[in-house]
Design a protein around this ligand. Structure first.
Ligand SMILES: CC(C)(COP(=O)(O)OP(=O)(O)OC[C@H]1O[C@@H](n2cnc3c(N)ncnc32)[C@H](O)[C@@H]1OP(=O)(O)O)[C@@H](O)C(=O)NCCC(=O)NCCS
Length: 224
């Protein structure tokens, strides 16, 4: 994977989701499901020079036109980094694990992460720069809009809509036909039986609004 003639596929972020995304890119290339590329992380203002043996560079070092996958788990940060990367001339590229099962009738837009063992079912729509983490189930006719993040082992029932920049925490279950509003957070393990409005945090079973999502962040402590 290190021949100098190959284009570079950049992974923006070198934290937990960054190294997971690296492995998705490697497995997709090994399976012949993504073009052969060198891989490199982008981290703004980092003093690190490598992670897992792969280079870490600043955005200014990237060749315009190169593919980039945004690899941070915070929806608002995904949106911000995608805007920064495309302004620098990079193009959003999707990283889809070969072990994920993606229906031929599903639509997957650019810059999406689909992690190992996910199931994306008939007529589902995964919008630009969204991320679907390990073993998530995305039911038929589901829409995950731009920059939305679906955590591991979430189950989205048929025709659920997860609006832009919404975050669904680990293992949550969303009943069919419901909508999760833009910028809202469904806390890990929640069971959602009712519509979730915009920019709130819901928690529990049945999931109830606990407060407004004022600062629109999930990972307050680590920023990962
Ligand atoms: C919604 C969320 C962001 C709220 O985080 P927070 O604002 O930092 O809230 P805290 O962790 O301080 O918890 C506040 C209270 O709710 C409780 N709580 C937190 N998450 C809960 C959950 N999923 N279900 C029930 N109670 C929960 C806490 O125990 C705490 O109770 P206390 O006040 O009695 O001590 C967080 O619960 C969450 O789901 N994060 C996403 C986790 C995830 O999916 N990570 C993926 C990692 S790859």
């Amino acid at each position: 994977m290190s021949e100098p003639g190959l284009p570079t596929w950049y992974i923006y972020g070198a934290g937990g989701l960054g190294v997971e995304t690296l492995e998705i890119c490697l497995s997709a290339m090994a399976a012949g499901q993504a073009p052969q590329c060198r891989l490199s992380f982008i981290v703004d203002g980092s003093e690190q020079t490598e992670v897992l043996g792969y280079p870490v560079v600043g955005l200014e070092a990237c060749k315009p036109g190169s593919p980039v996958t945004i690899a941070v788990g915070e929806p608002a940060a995904r949106a911000k980094l995608a805007a920064r990367a495309t302004a620098a001339g990079l193009r959003l590229a999707s990283a889809i694990a070969p072990s994920a099962v993606v229906s031929p009738s599903a639509t997957v837009e650019e810059g999406v992460i689909i992690a190992p063992l996910c199931s994306v079912q008939a007529r589902a729509f995964i919008g630009r720069n969204a991320a679907v983490n390990t073993m998530a189930i995305v039911g038929h006719d589901v829409r995950v809009e731009e920059d939305g993040v679906i955590s591991s082992m979430v189950n989205l029932g048929g025709a659920v809509t997860v609006a832009a920049r919404a975050y669904v925490g680990m293992g949550a279950l969303i009943r069919e036909n419901l909508s999760i509003g833009a910028d809202s957070i469904v806390s890990m393990g929640s069971i959602v039986h009712r519509e979730v409005p915009e920019a709130v945090i819901v928690m529990g079973d049945p999931a109830r609004v606990i407060r407004r999502n004022e600062d629109k962040t999930v990972f307050r402590k680590t920023g990962d």
